[in-house]
Design a protein around this ligand. Sequence first.
Ligand code: SAM
Length: 380
Amino acid sequence: MSERVIPLLDQRHPSLTLPDLPAGPDLGELPLDALRRPLTDLRISVTDRCNFRCSYCMPKEVFDHNYTYLPHSQLLSFEEITRIAKVFVGRGVRKIRLTGGEPLLRKNIEILIEQLAALRTPDSQPLDLTLTTNGSLLARKARSLKEAGLQRVTVSLDGLDDTVFRRMNDVDFPVSDVLNGIEAAQAVGLGPIKVNMVVKRGTNEHEILPMARHFRGSGMVLRFIEYMDVGATNGWRMDEVLPSAEVIRLLQTELPLVALNPSAPGETAERWGYANAQGQFDPGLGEIGVISSVTQAFCGDCNRARLSTEGRLYLCLFASQGYDLRQLLRDPLKTDEQLAATVDAIWRGRTDQYSVLRSLRGPDTSSGTGRRVEMSYIGG
Ligand code: SAM
């Protein structure tokens, strides 16, 4: 085994310079970025804290009791989040995903959900409002989340075997509690539920088939995610990535699959349906997804922006710097129109296509000042 070096650096970098604000902006067409991609999807990180210490995301060696999380005053308030979300919705966003950190750790998250659920698109449609969680508090909160207006959840679950699961979350959290959370979410109608499994070669690939068997025919969509080189603290190595093609090959040995068309532009997962005895997709058995963020670039129609816990706008999961929107939100002289004009200008200048470039150049494992921000900060 090669030695793993985990840099102990502060993850927060100086922000990018905001574009100049016009005094009385004239908002026209919805913005397209430099590669003609629209802005339809906003992920909002509501906390940089998590109660799990998954080694691929918030390894214990870095996120220990000495680690300094953002003080409350630096987090966007619910009112600030709702205000900026409304601005984004006016500029094309249709889907908002709350994430973190562990979003259910943010106190009174239901209040924020209520505020976001009340927003409407310019054509008076409600938003597609969802949340990604490790499921640890879901059994307790499923009902209040649903009542607040949340539509569905994505639950992260890296295996069914209790020993494997406890080892991966690294806080000895039992898998049964997450399964109870998923059941509670299903019971209150927070669906269709997606279940995300990060696959690490040598750690949990033997959980792929049991997970598929468990969720097949349940109405939930299990998605296998390639272990990604996000952030700079997880000691990422290519030999721990299990390519999605191998996941599909393994599943096909027991559970026949057929390729399905994408259900929406910009979708991150490639869809596969379970087949019946005639080799046709059987909707009753459902589908799985694979997210090949390492072995197959998918920037071409990326329509996502990410808002960090302290209000920085990141245009790519692999970005190293973001734009400080909190500064504008806390300036009493700035109007919503000016915020919208800023979002437009930032989005129009967007050229990011990290995954495409990486597949040409190889992954960036740098630990210097240009290094990428952590997933727990920017939101997965
Ligand atoms: N705490 C929540 C959760 O566990 O779902 C939300 C935040 S978490 C950062 C969001 C997603 O990112 C999870 O599904 C997690 O497994 C995934 N993730 C984190 N680090 C990753 C990595 N290095 N590669 C692939 N997926 C990763």
